[in-house]
Write a protein that binds this ligand. Sequence first.
Ligand code: Z5A
Length: 208
Amino acid sequence: MARGRFITLEGGEGAGKSTQARRLAAAFAAAKLPVLATREPGGTPEAERVRALLLDPGLAWTPLAETLLHGAARAEHVARVIRPALDAGTHVICDRFADSTLAYQGYGLGGDHGAIVTLAGLIGLRPDLTLVLDLPPEESPARLAARGAGADRYERLGAAFFARVRDGFRAIAGAEPARCVLIPAADDETRIEARILDAVRARLGISL
Ligand code: Z5A
C-alpha cells in the first residue's frame, strides 16, 4: 500500500488556512481518496489540552517554554494520529505544523532558530507539500472580525509581531522551494483553492 502524502497549510492569522483545509479535504473526498484533516496545536485529546494552555490570554510563557509546549503537542499528534494515518495510506492535511513554530516562536518571539529546527528534527516528520498562505497583516483584523471569535493570546500580540511572523513564513517558503508554495491570500476563496489544487496535482502527482 502506498504511503499517504502529508500536506500542511501555513500562514498568519485569518489567512484562510482552515477554509482552504476544508476545501482541499473535500476535493480529496470527492476524488474518493482517503484523507484526514487535522490541526495544530491540537489533534489529540492531550494536544488539545496543551492548545488550551497555549491560547489562554491569562497565561504568559517564555519563548522556550512556549516552543516546547508546541513541540509536546506536535509529538503526540504525529505519533498517535498523523504517522499512523500516513502509514495506512491516508493523505493528511494539517492546518499549521512545524513551520508555525519557526515563524511564531522563532521569527515572531525571537526564540533560538537552531533549537526550533532541532526540535522539529526530533519529532522527525517533514511535510511533502506546504502551502503558505500569504496575507498582509493589516488584512487580518477584518478576517478575524468576520470569523467572530474572541481574541486568543496570540491574536493580542501587536502589528510588529505579525509583520515578523509574515517575514518568517516568506523566508521559510523562499528557503525551501521544493517543499513550499507561497500563495497570495488576499484573493477570492475559489481562486486560492484553484491554485492549491494545481499545486497538489503538480507537486504530488495526485489527480483531484
Ligand atoms: N501557533 C504557534 O505560535 N506556534 C505553532 O507551532 C503553532 C501555532 C502550530 C492558534 O492557531 C495559534 O497558535 C495561532 C498561531 C499559534 N495564532 N495566531 N495567530 P489557530 O490555527 O487556531 O489560529 P489562526 O491560525 O489564527 O486561525 P484562524 O484565525 O482561524 O485563521 P485561518 O484558519 O487562517 O482563517 P479561516 O478561519 O479560514 O478564515 C478566517 C475568516 O476569513 C473566516 O471568516 C473566513 O470565512 C474568512 N476568509 C477565509 N478566506 C477568505 C478569503 N479568501 N477572502 C475573504 N475572507 C476569507
